[in-house]
Design a protein around this ligand. Structure first.
Ligand SMILES: Nc1ncnc2c1ncn2[C@@H]1O[C@H](COP(=O)(O)OP(=O)(O)OP(=O)(O)O)[C@@H](O)[C@H]1O
Ligand SMILES: [Mg+2]
Length: 360
């Protein structure tokens, strides 16, 4: 087991000017499950591949434990990687696939068999050991790929979107299995996904990347409660946080007929005439017409327990689309009007010009 550090690690691909990963600074604790998340092209795979030794590092350093591995070849880093497409050998049995790296390393047959059987037991694959990959379901193949990583007992697991080939239901059950397995084995893990729900449910901490730059690294709770900027605010949470540009008034910011209190300090920190207020769909209360912001209901998405109202409100001179979560048993009619107020303590304020969080 080991800590992992990205120390201002930078990757500039040959023939490009802008770094794909720019001065990445992350320290991962021993045994921690860290998720790298962000939109397509933000540099997740590049970061992981730098750690794996599959990509050159053009600036900064990478450490595993107290070893500087920046320029070590992959085989000397003591890591195991699980890819999106599993990359199983089709002509080999499950057992041979799982034991292959050990065989290459010259481990004797009896020891390989023992390690493979142990891993198969953990992953519930014992009865499939003699099958070929093509005779397995997607979820079972995914577990074989995990098994191949586990038998090597590496210091660090690296996983790049390992669940993206699975259907929605299997993805949910497998993500729970991976998270609990990781906790049981206690092996430091860096996990890449573009799915913020996966990131939030699996990670001890989550690192959000955009355009090669780290936006925030935090626990899932803090990521949700205190997004550091507009990008993270809009990225984490589903449906996304409502973000509305509003004028600054005395004592706070005006949101429809209600004034959202904001600390003076936060407002003094900006010279903008407006700020951007964020409220998650689940943080509105239904109010009477006197107080709230009037929302015209366009579409209602019923999910059973809850429903999401997609509506339009007039904010200042603009009309603005909003999403509001309501009780699934008390759903407004399409075309009707709803009055909403942001729940106190559940509003976020950001600088409109820089995107930085202003409220604490
Ligand atoms: N070999 C390469 N040569 C040049 N540019 C590359 C190369 N590989 C990746 N890039 C660029 O580097 C940036 C980061 O790519 P990367 O694969 O790390 O993104 P990602 O976050 O993993 O995206 P996705 O979610 O789509 O897998 C992208 O702009 C991509 O086009
Ligand atoms: Mg990728």
């Amino acid at each position: 087991m080991a800590t992992v550090s990205f120390d201002k690690a930078t990757r500039i691909y040959p023939g490009t000017e802008k770094p794909a990963v720019d001065g990445l600074d992350i320290h991962i604790e021993d045994g921690e499950f860290l998720v790298l998340v962000g939109p397509s092209g933000c540099g997740k795979s590049t970061s992981l591949r730098m750690l794996a030794g599959l990509e050159d590092v053009n600036g900064g350093a990478i450490r595993i434990g107290d070893r500087d591995v920046t320029h070590l070849p992959p085989k000397d880093r003591d890591i195991a990687m699980v890819f999106q497409n599993y990359a199983l050998y089709p002509h080999m049995t499950v057992a041979d696939n799982m034991g292959f790296a050990l065989k290459i390393a010259g481990v004797n047959k009896a020891e390989i068999r023992q390690k493979v059987e142990e891993a198969a037991k953990i992953l519930d694959l014992t009865e499939y050991l003699d099958r070929k990959p093509k005779a397995l379901s997607g979820g079972q193949r995914q577990r074989v790929a995990m098994g191949r990583a586990i038998v090597r007992e590496p210091q660090v697991f690296l996983m790049d979107e390992p669940l993206s080939n699975l259907d929605a239901k299997l993805r949910v059950s497998t993500r729970t299995q991976i998270a609990s397995l990781q906790r049981r084995l206690g092996i430091t893990t860096v996990y890449v996904t573009h799915d913020q729900v996966e990131a939030m449910t699996m990670g001890d901490r989550v690192a959000v990347l955009k355009d090669g730059l780290l936006q925030q690294i935090d626990t899932p709770r803090n990521m949700y409660d205190k997004p550091a900027n507009l990008f993270v605010a809009g990225f984490i949470g589903s449906p996304a946080m409502n973000l509305v540009e509003v004028p600054v008034t005395d004592g706070g910011v005006k949101f429809g007929k209600s004034v959202v209190p904001v600390q003076r300090d936060a407002l003094n920190a900006t010279s903008d005439k407006t700020v951007t207020v964020g409220v998650r769909p689940e943080h509105f209360d239904i109010s009477d017409a006197e107080q709230g912001l009037a929302v015209t209901v366009n579409v209602v998405e019923e999910l059973g327990a809850d429903a999401y109202v997609y509506g339009t409100a007039k904010v200042g001179d603009d009309s603005k689309d909003l999403v509001v979560r309501v009780n699934g048993r008390d759903v407004p009619e399409k075309g009707s009007q709803l009055h909403i107020v942001p729940r106190s303590g559940e509003t976020h304020v950001f600088s409109t010009s820089t995107g930085a969080r202003l409220s604490d």
